[in-house]
Write a protein that binds this ligand. Sequence first.
Ligand code: HEC
Length: 152
Amino acid sequence: MKARWLALPLGLAVLAGAAARAGEQAIPGVTNAYQARTDYQLKCQGCHRPDGSGDDHSNPPMHGIVAQFLTVPGGREFIGRVPGVATVDLPDDRLANLVNWTLFQFDRAHVPASFRPYTADEIGRLRQNPLRLERAATRARLVAGFAKTRPR
Ligand code: HEC
């Protein structure tokens, strides 16, 4: 009898958990949002901050900005080649999952309607060629292009 009373709240809790996961899984290219969040906490937020706000001297904010790279030529490749992404010790599939999650988590509004999620193959290819000293200039050139496509 006691077990029955326990079964209902337990069942509801399981359902709620499944719904939360299903909600998170609605992000294109993200097969495991929980994994992505955890990987972000372990590998990225030390520089980009938990809320993606970065800082005003060395680590760029992602909040409201990062998906704009997808709107300029070369930006898609840039994202896969910045050292923080390319050299992280995660396998390609987990990194693709994380990058897709990052784009939607911090800048969903700027993700183009035509966006094709990064696949493990694409990330694997891009990260073989990490940006080095040229990255600041490359980034500045891409950011300069934002203004033209900014919906304002
Ligand atoms: C050691 C600090 C550091 C870590 C750790 C780091 N990043 Fe970055 N990230 C940067 C810096 C600095 C840039 C600007 C480009 C550059 O100079 O590398 C950048 C750029 C980026 C960009 C391109 C957007 C832009 O504004 O330049 C993305 C996307 C990104 N990082 C995602 C990530 C993800 C995802 C992780 C975790 C796997 C991560 N970063 C880990 C410092 C870091």
